[in-house]
Design a binder for this molecule. Structure first.
Ligand code: C5P
Length: 281
């Protein structure tokens, strides 16, 4: 019997850096959503733990114990004699600010907890990475602390989105180090049950504090944002996470798909995908 889990792209619609802990980790206030574009995890029972990686973005993905998928499996089984054959279909770019590795780890925890009939880790995977707990929910959330404080936001409107990655890997620690200030204001209070346009107007007043240092490190990000700004009907465009992937919002899936075609045609080496937000756990 095989169990499957979807590992959707995570998008930080806003990401405010509000402080820093003694251990160096940064305190965040972030609005996180998930999009129906992602990796796929399949697990089946086996004597030992093993991992195979397939799919269009498999090149360069490690298959050894350093892969977050195997780290998640090892954390979950603890000292129990459990094994699984794990297959990862890699569709998302790595080190891209859309939670590829964290979402894979979270999907692995979900699939293996079902296969092995065991509980999820007490820390919801925080020890694997700060974004793993929010990826475990795979639904719209406000994320605070370093990533462990999560408030689901079930009433956000569905958003139609294009994601673009210019093919540069931006190391997260480098971007955090480049912050001009680590003490920025938290997000404004979210409107209650907002309309799509009301929500996007609110979002326009929020920020991604990691965007300026990421753009300084990788000027390609500015090229992506400029290209998004020039697309028909774009409502808002911003970088996700620590980059380099950026998102743009549109009033309909048709408008998003049309923008994706234009962006891909004019920049053939960029990774471009369109999809809509939802709940995927
Ligand atoms: O937890 P994760 O491995 O995803 O984090 C990667 C790096 O990003 C950390 O080593 C740290 O430098 C930085 N980080 C941070 N504050 C956070 C999350 C990540 O400083 N809340």
């Amino acid at each position: 019997m095989a169990n499957r889990a979807f590992a959707p792209a995570k998008v930080n619609l806003a990401l405010h850096v509000t402080g820093q802990r003694q251990d160096g980790y940064h305190l965040l206030d972030s609005l996180v959503v998930f999009v129906g574009i992602g990796d796929r995890i399949t697990v089946s029972k086996a004597d030992d733990l093993s991992l195979t990686v397939t799919g269009p973005r498999a090149a360069g993905v490690p298959t050894g114990p350093e892969n977050l998928v195997l780290k998640a499996a090892t954390l979950l089984r603890g000292d129990q004699p459990l094994g699984a054959q794990i297959s990862l279909e890699k569709n998302l770019p790595a080190a891209a600010g859309i939670g590829g590795g964290s979402s894979d780890a979270a999907a692995t925890l979900r699939a293996l907890a079902a296969l092995w009939q065991c509980d999820l880790p007490n820390d919801n995977g925080l020890s694997l990475g700060a974004d793993v707990p929010v990826c475990l929910t795979a639904q719209s959330c406000r994320m605070e602390g370093i990533g462990e404080q999560i408030t689901p936001l079930p009433n956000l409107p569905t958003l139609h989105m294009v994601l673009v990655n210019p093919g540069v890997e931006v190391p997260t620690p480098v971007v955090f180090k480049g912050l001009a200030s680590k003490d920025n204001p938290a997000m404004e209070a979210l409107p209650q049950e907002p309309s799509t346009l009301g929500f996007i107007a609110w979002l326009g007043r929020q920020r991604n504090d990691l965007e300026p240092p990421a753009r300084a490190h990788a000027p390609e990000i500015t090229a992506v944002l400029d290209a998004m700004a020039a697309t028909d009907q774009v409502l808002l465009h911003r970088m996700s996470g620590s980059g380099a992937t950026c998102f743009a919002l549109y009033p309909s899936m048709e408008a998003a798909a049309a923008a994706a075609i234009v962006l891909k045609q004019t920049n053939t080496d960029w990774w471009v995908a369109s999809g809509q937000t939802g709940s995927f756990a």
